[in-house]
Ligand binder design. Structure first.
Ligand code: 6PG
Length: 472
């Protein structure tokens, strides 16, 4: 291919970068790819009939092969590598050229980079891309943030490569600055909570009801055909059928029970704490991954604190039906707190997010896609300023209908000695949120007692302090 003929550049030819490039090429956009690893450059475009793509190992040649204004996507690990790549390409860029960070960068890094590059006349966008390797290849959910001027340069291409739901692309301009990366971060926080609640239900079904993998497959497949339909439910059902290719039995039973993490769930909780948004299901999901990683300690303590649970008296059919309600209500809560965080961050950081649009672009392609997102979209279409999905009357009906099973499942887990941190933390969040008089009056009295921190009264205006009786 002749020089300066490629529509887009892709830096980072790992599976994600490669697949997204092939997806772009499938839709008629030519892509020049660059990677520091010569093997990846050599392999680029060789695997399949992938249209107009070509690999480059020299950064200057790579950038020289792009049409102007040059639009370059980066799909490299978040952190210092992004800054290093920016420094590598900057000398070859001109005013009006656009760099897109499509990785899971922290939103504050994106703001910093955007401001620095804009001062030099360059355009920059932080773009969340969800859907894993398959999504990148055949249609991810795409969450772009940055200036509208920048978005105009990529709008057509992003709409072409994104997943489609009812013919609508799962992409939309979300807002200025780091809006895209903020939304992607919260997407991942919700992802953590939903993955954890599914894992908790598996633990409970296996331990308290003795279900084997074949029976578990049937439960999750069944749930996935109902109102719990989601990508994560579907892959969970499939996981139970996977044979171990390296030995006897099922693969799942051979996988070490320590969950890893790249940090986006933790960032969601950290940001929520900065903004004073309670995020119990997500916080607890992050904490659960941390507990899982303490494998040696857990194995020791399992010996020290053995618990022989009474046999479950609940018939399996009822147990499964209750648990379906519990997983459903908890999943609603995971989305609900995530959207409440987005609402608060939007006003605090002036992101100007349209939450109905966020729900719309999460309906396809991304890891947390589910049929429930239709309900969320409707809720924000009805009231764009909802501070919590719990205020939506339709969602309230759904949660109320699931309360009994939710409570029964948490009780069953307590009896069985099975940890269900997200199921129970979500229920406690819900019970606290629907409580008009919490015991925080006692906290205020304690604070005033030991630190003269003052309190407000229920019966008169003003700030009060009491000389509490001395304890010494
Ligand atoms: C996605 C995913 C993805 C994320 C992985 C791993 O939307 O495609 O969220 O971006 O990196 O799920 O995340 P953890 O390693 O933190 O589990």
């Amino acid at each position: 291919m002749a020089a300066t003929t490629f529509d887009f550049g892709m830096i980072g030819l790992g599976t994600m970068g490669q697949n997204l490039s092939y997806n772009m090429a499938d839709h008629g956009f030519s892509v020049a790819g660059y990677d520091k690893n010569p093997a990846k450059v050599a392999a680029f475009g060789k695997e399949a009939d992938t249209g107009a793509v070509a690999g480059f190992g020299d950064i200057k040649e790579f950038i020289g092969a792009l049409k102007s204004p040059k639009v370059i996507m980066m799909l490299v690990p978040a952190g210092p590598i992004v800054d290093a790549v920016i420094n590598d390409v900057k000398p070859f860029l001109q005013s009006g050229d656009l760099l897109l960070d499509c990785g899971n960068s922290h939103f504050t890094d994106t703001d910093r980079r955007l401001q620095a590059l804009e001062q030099e006349g360059l355009l920059y966008m932080g773009i969340g891309v969800s859907g894993g390797e398959e999504g990148a290849r055949f249609g991810p959910s795409i969450m772009p943030g940055g200036s509208k001027k920048s978005y105009a340069l990529v709008e057509k291409m992003l709409a072409a490569v994104a997943a489609k739901v009812n013919g609508e692309p799962c992409v939309a301009w979300l807002g200025n600055g780091s809006a895209g990366h903020y939304v992607k971060m919260v997407h991942n926080g919700i992802e953590y909570a939903i993955m954890q609640v599914i894992a908790e239900s598996y633990h409970l079904l296996r331990t308290a009801q003795g279900l084997d993998n074949a029976a578990l497959h049937r439960v999750y497949q069944d749930w996935n055909q109902g109102r719990l339909q989601s990508y994560l439910m579907q892959i969970t059902a499939d996981i139970f059928t996977q044979k171990d290719e390296l030995g006897e039995g099922q693969l799942l039973d051979k996988i070490v029970d320590e969950s890893a993490q790249n940090g986006t769930g933790k960032w969601t909780s950290q940001s929520a704490m900065d903004l004073f948004v309670p995020l119990s299901p997500i916080d607890t999901a992050v904490c659960s991954r941390d507990i899982s990683s303490l494998k040696a300690e857990r194995e020791q303590l399992a010996k020290n604190y053995a618990w022989a649970p009474p046999a479950s008296q609940v018939a399996q059919e009822k147990f499964v039906a209750d648990l379906e309600q519990a997983v459903y209500a908890t999943s609603i809560l995971a989305y609900s707190v995530g959207f409440s965080l987005l609402a608060k961050a939007s006003s605090q950081y002036k992101l100007d997010l349209n939450l109905a649009v966020v729900a719309r672009i999460w309906r396809g392609g991304c890891i947390i896609r589910s049929s429930f997102l239709e309900e969320i979209m409707k809720a924000f279409d009805t009231d764009p300023d909802l501070s919590s999905l719990l205020f939506d009357t339709q969602i309230a009906t759904l949660i109320n209908g699931a309360q009994l099973g939710w409570r029964s499942s948490v009780k069953a887990a307590v009896d069985a000695g099975v940890a269900v941190p997200v199921l129970s933390a979500s229920l406690s969040y819900f019970d606290a949120m629907r409580c008009g008089r919490l015991p925080a009056n006692l906290i205020q009295a304690q604070r005033d007692f030991f630190g003269a921190h003052t309190y407000k009264r229920t019966d008169r205006e003003g700030i009060f302090h009491t000389n509490w009786p001395s304890t010494i």
